[in-house]
Design a protein around this ligand. Structure first.
Ligand SMILES: Nc1ncnc2c1ncn2[C@@H]1O[C@H](COP(=O)(O)OP(=O)(O)OP(=O)(O)O)[C@@H](O)[C@H]1O
Ligand SMILES: [Mg+2]
Length: 443
C-alpha cells in the first residue's frame, strides 16, 4: 500500500498509548515519531518539520494547552490534533480557540483518527501552498521560454511532458549550452509537483563539503561555523523536485550518500541523529558521458542506474538548424532596446550555417553582442563575429561577400543614389556599376 506522505509527531506521557499509536500509524504514513512530554515535543518540532502533531492534553510536566500556546508563538506550522482522556468540552474548545485543528477523545480507533489526520494534513498543505503560490507567481514570470520548432526539439518537448507525469528519476544529457536546465524546469512545471518547491543544486560549482551541508543541512555545532541549525535543500525540496545540475562533477563520497537518499527517501542532517523522511522527484543533468566516467572510475554505476530511469537527450544546436533563426529572434525580442533592429537574411544564413560548439548559450551571447555593437538597425554579415564567416565551401570567398555586403549597405544608406554611394566608397561610379552588375543588380 502506498503510504501517505504525512509526517506525524505524537506527544503522550503514557508509554503504552504512545507506542501503540506510533506502531499503528507507521503502517499508514511515511514517518511517525513519539515523545513523552511537552518540552520534548517542542524541541522536536523546532528541529524537524512535521505535518501533524498529536497532542495529549494532560501531561505532568507541561499540559497540552501550554504546549499549544508555545507552539503557536514559535510559528510552528504542524496542524495539531488534541488527544484527551478526560476532555471536558471546555478544554477542547479552549484548544480549538488557540488553534488546534480538531480533538479526539480516548479511547479511539485508528479508523477514527486517520480521516482527521488526513484532513489536518490537507489543511496544512493548503496553507503552505498559498504561501508558496505567492512566491511562485513571481517566479513563474521569470521562467524563460523554450523555443522548440524543429522536429528534434518537438520530440524532446513531447517526451519531457510525458515524463513529467511519472515520478521516476530523470537524467538529462546533452552538450554544454543545449538547454538542459530549461528542460528540467519544463519537466517540473508540467508535473503534478509543479506547485511544490523546485530546488536546484549545482554539483560542480561548490566544494564537496559545502554541497554536503547544503544538501543535508546541519545541526547547531555540527562543525566549526555551524552556529545554528540549518535545514538542508533535501528537506526544502520535500514533495517537490530536486534538480541536481552537473551531476557528473559530484565527488565519489557524496555520490554514495546521494544514492542512499534516493533509495530510501531518508537522510540525517550533519551532526543529527534524527532520520529525516522526504519525498522528492530527482532530475539530474550532465554534459559528461557518464558511461565513460563510470569506466574511468569517477562515477558510480549504481548511482547512474538510479538517476537514469528515464532519460532526455538534447541534440546539439547544429543538429536542429531549423530552430536557429527563431531562437535568434527570441533573444532579440527579449531586450526592448533591440526591438527596432533586424538581422539581414544573409546574416541569418550565416548564423544558421555556423557549427555552434557552445550551442544555444553561444548563440545567445553572439546575438546580444552583435545587437549591442552594431550601429545600424539592419545586421549584416560584416557585423557578425569572425568565426561565423568561416563557413564551409560556399559561394565566393569571404572577402568578396564582405565587400558585397558593404557596397549594398552604403547603397541603401544613400537611398540608392549610385553616384553618392560611389563617392562614399571611394570608387569611380563605373566601377560601382560593374560590381552591381556582377551581383545581378546592373540596370
Ligand atoms: N530552446 C531554447 N529556447 C530558448 N532559450 C534557450 C533554449 N535552449 C537554451 N536556451 C537558453 O540558453 C541558455 C543555456 O541553456 P541552459 O543553461 O539550459 O543550458 P545547459 O544545457 O544547462 O548548459 P550547461 O551544460 O553548460 O550547463 C539559457 O539562457 C537558456 O535560457
Ligand atoms: Mg546547465
Amino acid at each position: 500500500m502506498e503510504k501517505f506522505p504525512i509526517r506525524i509527531l505524537i506527544a503522550d506521557d503514557e508509554k503504552n498509548i504512545r507506542e501503540l499509536l506510533r506502531d499503528e500509524l507507521a503502517a499508514f504514513v511515511i514517518s511517525v515519531a513519539a515523545v513523552e512530554s511537552g518540552p520534548l515535543a517542542l524541541a522536536e518540532l523546532d528541529r524537524t518539520e512535521y505535518d501533524v502533531f498529536l497532542l495529549d492534553l494532560t501531561m505532568p510536566e507541561m499540559d497540552g494547552i501550554t504546549v499549544l500556546k508555545k507552539l503557536k508563538a514559535l510559528e510552528i506550522s504542524a496542524e495539531v490534533i488534541i488527544l484527551t482522556a478526560n476532555a471536558t468540552v471546555h478544554t477542547a474548545v479552549e484548544a480549538m480557540k488557540i488553534g488546534a485543528y480538531d480533538y479526539l477523545m480516548k479511547p479511539f480507533k485508528i479508523a477514527e483518527l486517520m480521516p482527521i489526520i488526513e484532513k489536518a494534513y490537507e489543511k496544512k498543505k493548503l496553507r503552505a501552498e498559498n504561501l508558496l503560490l505567492k512566491t511562485q507567481v513571481k517566479k513563474q514570470a521569470e521562467i524563460p521560454r523554450l523555443i522548440a520548432e524543429s522536429r528534434a526539439m518537438r520530440d524532446v518537448l513531447e517526451r519531457s511532458k510525458k515524463i513529467a507525469q511519472s515520478d521516476f528519476p530523470v537524467l538529462i544529457t546533452g552538450e554544454s549550452g543545449t538547454g538542459k536546465e530549461l528542460i528540467a524546469r519544463v519537466i517540473h512545471n508540467a508535473s503534478p509537483r509543479a506547485d511544490r518547491p523546485y530546488v536546484v543544486i549545482n554539483c560542480g560549482a561548490l566544494p564537496e563539503n559545502m554541497i554536503e551541508s547544503e544538501l543535508f543541512g546541519y545541526e547547531k555545532g555540527a562543525f566549526t561555523g555551524a552556529q545554528a541549525r540549518k535545514p538542508g535543500l533535501l528537506e526544502i525540496a520535500h514533495q517537490g523536485t530536486l534538480f541536481l545540475d552537473e551531476i557528473g562533477d559530484m565527488a565519489l563520497p557524496l555520490q554514495v550518500k546521494l544514492l542512499r537518499v534516493i533509495e530510501t527517501g531518508t537522510f540525517y542532517r550533519l551532526g543529527g541523529t534524527r532520520e529525516q523522511q522526504i519525498s522528492v522527484r530527482v532530475i539530474s543533468a550532465t554534459n559528461k558521458q557518464l558511461k565513460a566516467e563510470i569506466a574511468g572510475g569517477s562515477f558510480r554505476e549504481d548511482l547512474y542506474y538510479r538517476i537514469s530511469a528515464l532519460t532526455v537527450h538534447l541534440p546539439p544546436l547544429r543538429d536542429r538548424r531549423d530552430d536557429i533563426a527563431l531562437i535568434t529572434e527570441h533573444f532579440r525580442c527579449s531586450i526592448p532596446a533591440f526591438k527596432q533592429k533586424r538581422f539581414s537574411s544573409e546574416a541569418l544564413k550565416l548564423l544558421t550555417e555556423y557549427s555552434w560548439p557552445g550551442n544555444v548559450r553561444e548563440l545567445q551571447s553572439v546575438v546580444h553582442h552583435v545587437l549591442l555593437l552594431s550601429r545600424n538597425d539592419l545586421i549584416a554579415p560584416a557585423d557578425l563575429p569572425y568565426e561565423l564567416g568561416e563557413r564551409p565551401a560556399s559561394t565566393g570567398s569571404r572577402l568578396e561577400d564582405r565587400e558585397r555586403e558593404h557596397i549594398l549597405r552604403v547603397l541603401s544608406q544613400t537611398g540608392n543614389d549610385r553616384n553618392k554611394a560611389a563617392d562614399i566608397l571611394g570608387v569611380h561610379p563605373r566601377t560601382l556599376m560593374r560590381k552591381l552588375a556582377g551581383y545581378g543588380m546592373g540596370k
